[in-house]
Ligand binder design. Sequence first.
Ligand code: ADP
Ligand code: MG
Length: 263
Amino acid sequence: MAESILQLDGITCDYRLPGGGRFRAVEDVSLDLARGEVLGLVGESGCGKSTLAKLICGLEKPAAGAIGFDGARVERLGLRRRPRALLGIQMVFQNPYASLNPRRRIGRQIEEALALDAAHRWNLSSLLAAVDLPPSAADRFPHAFSGGQRQRIAIARALAAGPKVLIGDEPIASLDAFLQSQIAGLMRDLAAESGASLLFISHDLAVVREIADRVAVMQSGRLVEVGETEQIWHSPAAAYTRTLIEAIPRVDGRGVIPGSPAP
Ligand code: ADP
Ligand code: MG
């Protein structure tokens, strides 16, 4: 297997609750992301996917465990060192307004991110073309675009900074089905073109299957299964993964039977 760029080792994360209690959102998660790999992270709402993404970005601190990225220990970085050390990790969110500034022209936002990449992998026009937007898009504000277009702009902005790891936290959850595959495929292709690894978070295993080399399945804060995508799709080891696959609707209305040929 290729060299790894991101290493999670025994990560546990607790949220403090009002009244002094704690809630364990992530428990003992160990996971490696290889250079250039596309890893899907699936599991139902509330299982801890976003918390794991925040831990990787240094936005939450683990109660236990270590997070290695590009030679740094993420959980040890203080507020001052974090922005520079973690520039190589870029995130695309479900709501593109979380990644885009609604009051700034698209071109400016992308150029600000481009200035952060010492390797100058992209420029404004190549990035706009890569996400299938006309050069004139640069002069407009985020509200001028549809949801799918806005998500493509958020992807362009994330790539502009030259990430080694691109994280999509449910980046397709608010789009309709046709756009979901399109945006997922675009993220995969552009991560590959940029030489970035992609951690693609979704509750939809069917879309993840279209783009991921490997899949990690999460339930109630724990990883229940990690493996090659087709292996997991056709012969899931965990009962929970089987229920996820069986819940995927098929055109004929029946569930997908594990082990049966792919629809
Ligand atoms: P997912 O992204 O898989 O839907 P999250 O990581 O957002 O899951 O949340 C995991 C669990 O942690 C959920 O039960 C959620 O309610 C809880 N949680 C998330 N953020 C907080 C917080 N700031 N304080 C307390 N509980 C939280
Ligand atoms: Mg989430």
